[in-house]
Design a protein around this ligand. Structure first.
Ligand code: PEP
Ligand code: MG
Length: 574
């Protein structure tokens, strides 16, 4: 008998293999016998030695990895060797608490600090718990606990495993995932985790199909064969082997079609869809400019380049920076998103510190309240740079706009600069607050274009923190509620003759891309490497099928139903 559990797919692919469960080191009991005073100094020194050795292991792993995986391991290694964290654990040891319990207490304290800081620090909590568990396992192994010794070595065994398996866990840490060999680990399923968690980032980079937030995956035991469909987000037991192998084969053919795809993107009946790239700094701009996949930029997240700046860069410095980006796209277009400072992207010189609820606080265009000059300076620098690089068509859009008045004010600020510098700047806003989607007709009276930020539009429509690993099912881009808002915005664009694009992660989902095309969205902006799979999927469906999919997803009851309806309308094999 077959049995299916569902989660949120974050890296697409289909796999058939037995499940292997991996577990974290158990926490020590809260009850303990106080350490005799004469043993405390040696115990504190031993703990420090273990922290250093765990840190060294992680540093060594980070040197062998590359890109995001390397960065994540490097950050985890620095947590393991953080002097204030070690000092906190040692101070518990000096007060008589044994090392394992001292490690747990120090972690609890730092977890609270990270949670209070919010934003990106919240994501460090999983890394901190990873460090805690690694240190606990090493502590236990060093005291002769065979089970822990086995756990410390389990990862090496897994790395050496020759036969394919699907790795399951409650949650995975960077150090659990970074060593995985995609030739053998053909899938990852976790009970927790979200689309932006480190498990997802690393799985994406390793190209391993991945499903997160599969709450009921614990119903499936180690050794059971499952068909994992990381397009739908399903893990099914009891599938006859020949059917499962056919599904894997279909996925292989789809991957081949992706490799063969070349721009420009269009549906099978030649309806064009512009596929644009998202960038965030000069390196990503250069990579996009050299790639044949996209010629123009639909979202340049300008704040990311300034995350480490303590003070506002001068207008001259900013002008240099924007000029160097525009220079890469002569003959093409770049859409600059003005600083989206605040919430998960705090900028030292623009973000209000200590906000109770930063995602709902002073972020994006709202920063112009307390800091009116920062936006003006940025716009001036963009206008200067556009003047220098007249071959590049420059658009500017504001994030976090929630009223028509804000849209009108922003657009008129851009138009004034455009006149003053005698340079053409297209002015638009992001639609990522439900209020803006609901007021879209009024907003469209003022703007040249809008771009839908589906990440935040989903976060705010579903009232669920997009970074929270416990809320991944609400952050699912197939949630029908935000999809209805996107359909309304696309419809308004057709009525008012205003260009609409989608630039959140949803645009990178090949089936959702077809849905958006069916809603009448003419352009989609996404991470450069996602473009071929979106282009290949669009090439296989007609505009009529896209329209049918668009009409049916907004009637869906939930994300699973929406996916099912879209696949049926687009005649994608299950
Ligand atoms: C979005 O919200 O979808 C978006 C594109 O902006 P960011 O992810 O940078 O908030
Ligand atoms: Mg956003």
């Amino acid at each position: 008998m077959s049995h299916t559990v569902y989660g949120t797919p974050v890296v697409h692919g289909v796999s058939y293999a037995p499940i292997v469960w991996t577990s974290r080191h158990p926490l020590p009991p809260t009850e303990f016998t106080e350490l005799p005073p004469k043993e405390r100094a040696a115990c504190a020194a031993h703990l420090e030695e273990i922290c250093r050795s765990v840190g060294d292991d992680l540093f060594a792993q980070s040197e062998q990895a590359y890109g995001d995986v390397s960065d994540v391991l490097m950050m985890t290694a620095s947590l393991a060797t953080d002097p204030s964290w070690i000092a906190e654990a040692q101070s518990w040891i000096y007060s008589g608490v044994p090392a394992p319990q001292a490690v747990v207490r120090a972690t609890e304290k730092f977890t609270e600090v990270f949670r209070a800081s919010g934003g990106l620090m919240l994501e460090r909590v999983a890394d901190l718990k990873d460090v805690r568990d690694l240190i606990l396992a090493h502590l236990a192994a060093s005291s002769g606990d065979e089970a822990s010794d086995a756990r410390v070595h389990a990862r090496k065994v897994q790395a050496a495993s020759e036969s394919p398996y699907i790795l399951c866990a409650r949650d995975l840490s960077p150090s659990d995932t970074a060593h995985l060999n995609p030739a053998h680990c053909v899938g990852i399923v976790t009970q927790l985790g979200g689309p932006t968690s480190h498990t997802s980032i690393i799985a994406r980079q390793l190209g391993i199909p991945c499903i997160v937030a599969a709450r009921r995956i614990n119903e499936i035991r180690t050794g059971e064969y499952v068909l994992m469909d990381a397009f739908v987000g399903s893990v099914t037991t009891g599938v006859p082997e020949n059917e499962a192998r056919e599904a894997v084969e279909r996925d292989r053919r789809r991957a081949e079609a992706t490799l063969r795809w070349a721009p420009p993107a269009h549906t099978s009946d030649d309806h064009p869809v512009r596929l644009l790239a998202n960038i965030h700094d000069l390196a990503s701009a250069k990579a996009a400019a050299r790639s044949p996949l996209a010629d123009s930029i639909g979202l340049f997240r300008s704040e990311i380049a300034f995350l480490n700046a303590q003070t506002e860069p001068s207008i001259e410095e900013q002008t240099e920076f924007y000029s160097s980006i525009f220079q890469e796209f002569q003959g093409y277009s770049v859409c600059v998103r003005t600083l989206d400072a605040g919430s998960d992207k705090p900028l030292a010189y623009a973000t209000i510190p200590g906000e109770e609820n930063p995602a709902l606080g002073v972020r994006g265009i709202r920063t112009s309240g307390p800091h009116p000059q920062i936006l003006q300076n940025q716009l001036e620098a963009i206008a200067f740079a556009a003047m220098r690089q007249r071959e590049t068509s420059v658009s500017v859009m504001a994030p976090m706009v929630s009223t028509a008045a804000e849209a009108k004010w922003f657009v008129s600020s851009v138009r004034q600069l455009s006149e003053r510098f005698e340079v053409e700047l297209h002015a638009g806003v992001m639609i990522e607050v439900p209020a803006a989607a609901l007021m879209i007709d009024s907003i469209m009276e003022h703007v040249d274009f809008v771009s839908i930020g589906s990440n935040d539009l989903t976060q705010y429509t579903m009232a669920s923190d997009r970074l929270s690993p416990d809320l991944a099912e609400y952050s699912d881009p197939w949630q029908p509620a935000p999809l209805r808002l996107i359909a309304q915005v696309a419809h308004a664009g057709l009525t008012h003759g205003v260009s609409v694009s989608v630039c959140g992660e949803a645009a990178a989902d090949p089936l959702l891309a077809c849905v958006f095309a069916g809603m009448g969205v003419p352009a989609l902006s996404m991470p450069r490497l996602a473009i071929p799979s979106v282009g290949a999927q669009l090439a296989q469906v007609s505009l009529a099928q896209c329209r049918l999919a668009a009409a049916s997803v907004v009637e869906a009851a939930d994300p699973g139903d929406a996916r099912y309806r879209a696949r049926t309308a687009l005649e994608v094999e299950f």
